[in-house]
Design a protein around this ligand. Sequence first.
Ligand SMILES: *[C@@H]1O[C@H](CO)[C@@H](O)[C@H](O)[C@H]1NC(C)=O
Ligand SMILES: *[C@@H]1O[C@H](CO)[C@@H](O)[C@H](O)[C@H]1NC(C)=O
Ligand SMILES: *[C@@H]1O[C@H](CO)[C@@H](O)[C@H](O)[C@H]1NC(C)=O
Ligand SMILES: *[C@@H]1O[C@H](CO)[C@@H](O)[C@H](O)[C@H]1NC(C)=O
Ligand SMILES: *[C@@H]1O[C@H](CO)[C@@H](O)[C@H](O)[C@H]1NC(C)=O
Length: 451
Amino acid sequence: MHRITLALPLFLSAARAAIDLDVTNDSSIKDAASKIAGGIAAQYKSVLEESGVPGLFNDPHYWWQFGYTFNTLIEYAHLTGDNQYNDMTKEALLFQIGDLDAFMPPNQTRNLGNEDQAFWGLASLTAAEVGWENPEGKKWIDLATNVFNTQVERWNPEETCGGGLRWQIFPFNKGYNYMSSMTNGMFFLLSARLAKITGNETYSEWATKSYDWARSAELISEEYSVWDGTDADSNCSEINKLQWSYPRGVYLEGSAILYNMTEDDKWKEATEGFAQTELFVEEEAGVIIEPACEWNEKCNVDQRAYKGIFARSLARAAVSAPFLAETSNKILQASAEKAAERCDGEGEELECEFTWADGQEGFGLGENTNALQVIQGLLYSKAGTGSGSEGGENEDREGGEGSEGSEGGANDNSPSETDSANSPQETGAAGRTQITWAGLILAGALAAFTV
Ligand SMILES: *[C@@H]1O[C@H](CO)[C@@H](O)[C@H](O)[C@H]1NC(C)=O
Ligand SMILES: *[C@@H]1O[C@H](CO)[C@@H](O)[C@H](O)[C@H]1NC(C)=O
Ligand SMILES: *[C@@H]1O[C@H](CO)[C@@H](O)[C@H](O)[C@H]1NC(C)=O
Ligand SMILES: *[C@@H]1O[C@H](CO)[C@@H](O)[C@H](O)[C@H]1NC(C)=O
Ligand SMILES: *[C@@H]1O[C@H](CO)[C@@H](O)[C@H](O)[C@H]1NC(C)=O
């Protein structure tokens, strides 16, 4: 059931201050993005002042989302040329590296799934792609390849589901039996992006292997629906057929990258298949929605951040597969207009609404980051993703610290030789408090009845 709430909420939201945005004007897009990035950064700084621990935002958000948000700020700097948050972001990433130099901080053990780790790995990879100067004694690319290498070690043996990655890293964490599409999709995207930036075939082989596994396990359907997950305890014989926007996004982006690299029909077909986004776009307004929970207002704090991740991949996929540009831009423009209209306040007071299709309220880190992703996503067609030969027309790329070396090849993005002292092993202890699988099913089942 689609909620029919036309004039009234829109009328009410007109009373909110809104951020000015002309989606056809790059300066206006950058101005709008800078207001939102400024809000996110101000909120972070106030949490940091209190905690003294770089890399963490406020509760009740989970650690994965912090990695994703810092990644968004790296993309923001690349897309707009505004480098004022680079030092802050660099400090956050370096502080959260943890064990094995692979984004496994012991404090996060109870919340540390493969997917969570990969969000930080992608942040570091983005820093490499857009040419951030390597930090003292480390390389951004190595931090990302370390995440990849730890996850390869965790790939299931043949007798368990024929392969694949479990959601959780540690057996004592709830959800260790769960095989989520997002976990496998993040590994796929990480592998595809590493393949692109390094040209090393190990990464493209693993990207293909993980994709083929998801197809054979039927986490990805013939029609390219991406189901939520399956259960290793039943040898992946049953599929949980909820659909979220974010795994759809990461499979789309990864496929587009592989298509760009290989021009193989397999990846063209996959790109086109995942790009059938009707389920995630509201018909009337043409804006991105989270269909499994948005209409019945059941999205939890994690789920409220998924639309931005989807939007980011949609924008980036169109860089690698330009035939998607028209569709992608249309969705991003409609979403960006509504998102800007529904942001209010500035600095620490910034609040962006979750829903772009109607007037439903609810504010937080995920909502603000969603707005930033759809707005700055409009700039990818000019700036490119930083990886490979495309784009890079952004005239203000030089500037603050941390962005040098982006053009001149001064930054070394070739991974270091693997250090055997650094080889993966499991670490950590303690229980876990993140959303339970049972809770997810319940929320999803409730949602499914009302969509
Ligand atoms: C584009 O946006 C900028 C900044 O908001 C504004 O100053 C400029 O006049 C706009 N240009 C056009 C052609 O509307
Ligand atoms: C881990 O938690 C301790 C205690 O709160 C804190 O001092 C430390 O900085 C934290 N480390 C990380 C990487 O978050
Ligand atoms: C589990 O399924 C895989 C194929 O998906 C199969 O190769 C394996 O033998 C099965 N394991 C058991 C214990 O039945
Ligand atoms: C390719 O990547 C793998 C995985 O990180 C690494 O072990 C291998 O040494 C790399 N090969 C080359 C030629 O760099
Ligand atoms: C690959 O990406 C580049 C950069 O965006 C683009 O110019 C080129 O057309 C793409 N190749 C294909 C086959 O789509």
